[in-house]
Design a protein around this ligand. Structure first.
Ligand code: EPU
Length: 338
């Protein structure tokens, strides 16, 4: 465990926002929790993984716990799949690269998602037709108040689109310690090409029967073209969730804009891409002071260098209002605001 005082948050969040963190406790090994238990029972702490889904709008007085635990191991071998246990502090994209290298299938569509493994289940990370819930076997998590470790099976975690119990009814109660993924062995994996852009890119490249490696490479290429690299332009990926609305709202939009993109949810509802709605309101690539939206994807708010969290937050409010005025849809933030 490493404890530091009064340090800048800049390198700890992908938005690159600079606020003062009064106390930072870095959890290097899960055994550190034994010594930390009385402290964690008494104090409110904020838990930070890779800082890739958070907007810091003020100095943080309460202790910040950084999860830096490392390691992965095969915990069960079966003929067609293995269960792999991964410590929460491992970088997600490194895990994807490792899995692809080993020939393990299941997470190749989730390549290049920033952040650490422990944050994956928190908001059920997803991209290109796959969500972590599709491959997650279970999660082990430390209850801060009780000082006890719980194992939650996939079905107990309350997963939904960009949500889980960890983000809602269990908010701030647990530190995710590790995740166990069920990854398929070579020769037993069916790649998921359901997302239009993947099939299209593979087609253009003339790739037939794409394997895990080709899918990962394609996802990396699509993401690099559409999304800013946080080490160059501060951002936290999609800032808002894609809204799920009643079909009647889509019908109203289609009267003026028949081309409006949408995805089916159920008989009465559809999901609309927030990026498209924001783009239609004229925000794509706009710069406002040190903040703005990304030139290739309006759903991504960026820090052009020295933006404050409140500046980014204020822009997100303006965007919300303009989408609401035009489409009568209130966008919900996906990013956690501290
Ligand atoms: N679009 C526009 N203008 C824009 C942005 C998008 O017209 O500025 C249109 C696109 O042309 C397309 C549609 O909106 O028709 C959807 O865009 P895209 O394929 O880029 O996906 P998205 O719905 O905006 C979601 C996730 C991403 C994920 C991609 C791929 C959410 C909130 N976002 O974005 O996740 O990578 O799909 O699966 O669900 C993240 O969570 O941080 C993230 C990047």
């Amino acid at each position: 465990m490493i404890v530091s005082n009064n340090i800048s948050s800049r390198g700890m969040n992908t938005f690159g926002i600079d606020v003062n963190l009064s106390t930072v406790i870095s959890l290097e090994h899960r055994d550190d929790l034994v010594a930390l238990a009385p402290y964690l029972q008494e104090k409110e702490v904020s838990i930070l993984g890779g800082g890739s889904n958070v907007l810091l709008t003020q100095d943080i007085q309460q202790p910040v716990l950084l999860v830096n635990t490392q390691g992965k191991q095969v915990v069960l071998e079966r003929e067609t799949y293995d269960l792999i246990k991964v410590e929460a502090g491992e970088k997600w994209h490194n895990l994807v690269l490792w899995a692809v290298e080993q020939g393990y299938g299941g997470i190749e569509n989730l390549a290049l998602i920033p952040g650490k493994c422990g944050a994956g289940p928190m908001q059920n990370i997803g991209a290109y037709g796959v969500e972590i819930k599709d491959v997650l076997h279970s999660v082990s998590a430390y209850n801060l108040r009780e000082g006890k470790i719980y194992n939650f099976h996939n079905t107990e975690c309350g997963f939904g689109y960009r949500t889980s119990h960890f983000k809602t009814k269990w908010k701030d109660q647990f530190i995710i310690l590790d995740i166990i993924l069920r990854l398929t062995k070579p020769g037993h994996h069916l790649t998921n090409l359901s997302y239009g852009a993947i099939a299209q890119t593979l087609n253009e490249k003339g790739v037939k029967d794409a394997g895990i490696k080709e899918v990962a490479e394609t996802v990396i290429a699509i993401r690099q073209a559409k999304l800013p690299n946080p080490s160059e332009v501060g951002n936290a990926g999609s800032f808002f969730k894609n809204p799920v609305v009643d079909k009647s709202i889509l019908k109203t939009i289609q009267k003026a804009q028949p081309e409006a993109p949408h995805y089916p949810v159920d008989d009465s509802r559809v999901k609309l891409p927030a990026g498209w709605l924001i783009d239609q309101c004229g925000w794509k690539g706009k710069q406002v002071g040190q903040t703005g939206t990304y030139k290739n994807q309006a759903l991504v708010l960026v820090n052009h260098g020295s933006a404050s969290g409140s500046e980014v937050y204020a822009l997100s409010e303006e965007i919300q209002q303009s989408v609401y005025r035009r489409y009568n849809i209130l966008l919900e933030r996906e990013v956690n605001v501290w």
